[in-house]
Design a protein around this ligand. Structure first.
Ligand code: TXA
Ligand code: MG
Length: 322
């Protein structure tokens, strides 16, 4: 791909105006959300959406999440039943994506839905993301702004490491507060949890008053986020390790991991651990290369609340690489 001069934009009025101009012109801009930085394009422009796949070197066309500013725009794209509305009211804006029947003639590119009759949609909470979406006034398709299979970016600097020269611009909105991708739900009977993420399963079940079908939906398309190996540092990753090893750097969790090189949350707070996860994996990966260490070892993480999503990402980062 031809190298572009990637513009570094500030989160001010001029920056917002420039993002809108680039999106209207069919370009790619990485922008912050509360989960991770997204690589956004006009979801109605197939040429622009195709550029997302090229920039990420994504091996195949998988459906993308559509980001909108408000429920009105969401409802112009997808059909919401009572349950979907209940979930939207409880968790939007926020780190939840809903897979819903797509309306006809919405103008969405087929590359966004991958030809499915459903669309994944969300309203992000990050204030800069909201400002950009309102100013653009249309749907923005955005996967995480990393190269395919790599660690998701939670700061503008991470996006520069991944995609500088491959995209039109990056707008810097600081660090992502949640740090893990959105939870993906497909409302139905029962509602299916397609991906663990920033809204814990327990919080969703409390709102619905019923249990989620917590299994990778056999009908859902295979996508990078669901591949066994994803979020992969360049060195190997070993999980559930409780003591230091000489050839490894230790990503700890909790007070027991006193000797860790880096601790996701010394106090054992899962929200803090989620926020730090991708940034610390990235840091330890770089440090491992510098120090000639062969792997990253990781403390056990409790599998409740956000721990389920953290363990999902860690398992994929530790999986055998293709
Ligand atoms: O937090 C997030 O969700 C981030 C930020 C940027 O918003 N975005 C993100 O997008 O993680 P991406 O492309 O990495 O993940 C999209 C996921 C994939 O696992 C895909 O299978 C699923 O959404 N998906 C999209 N449309 C779908 C559909 N119609 N049916 C089932 N799954 C769908
Ligand atoms: Mg991703």
């Amino acid at each position: 791909m031809q190298a572009l001069k990637t513009e570094n934009l500030l989160p001010d009025n001029a920056g917002v105006a420039r993002v809108v101009e680039i999106w209207r012109g069919g370009g790619l801009v990485a922008f912050p959300t509360e989960t991770v930085y997204g690589l956004g394009a006009d979801a109605r422009n197939s040429t622009a959406v195709a550029k997302i796949y090229a920039a990420k070197s994504r091996p195949s066309f998988n459906p993308l999440i559509v980001h909108v500013a408000d429920l009105e725009m969401a409802q112009s794209i997808a059909v919401f039943d009572d349950e979907a509305l209940k979930l939207a009211e409880a968790f939007w804006p926020g780190p939840l994506s809903l897979v819903l029947p797509v309306r006809e003639n919405t103008g969405l590119s087929d590359l966004v839905t991958a030809g499915l009759d459903t669309v994944a949609i969300r309203i992000p909470k990050n204030s800069l993301a909201q400002e950009l979406l309102r100013a653009f006034g249309g749907p923005v398709a955005a996967p995480s702004a990393n190269r395919s299979g790599k660690i998701s970016p939670t700061s503008a600097a991470h996006v520069v490491e991944e995609l500088d020269g491959l995209i039109d611009a990056i707008v810097d909105g600081g660090e992502c507060s949640v740090g893990l991708e959105s939870t993906i739900l497909k409302p139905g009977e029962p509602t299916a949890l397609l991906r663990h993420g920033g809204v814990p399963k327990e919080a969703i079940e409390a709102v619905l008053g019923s249990a989620l079908f917590d299994n990778e939906n056999p009908d859902s398309p295979i996508s990078p986020g669901q591949l066994a190996s994803h979020y992969a540092p360049s060195v190997a990753v070993d999980l559930n390790v409780t003591a230091p090893q000489t050839n490894a750097l230790w990503l700890g969790f909790g007070a027991q991991a006193e000797a860790a090189d880096c601790n996701l949350s010394p106090s054992g707070n899962l929200t803090e651990a989620a926020t730090n996860l991708f940034a610390y994996l990235r840091e330890l990966d770089q440090l491992a290369s510098q120090k000639g260490k062969a792997k990253i070892i990781v403390s056990p993480i409790p599998n409740t609340g956000l721990g389920a999503a953290i363990n999902d990402r860690l398992t994929r980062s530790a999986a055998p690489r293709p």
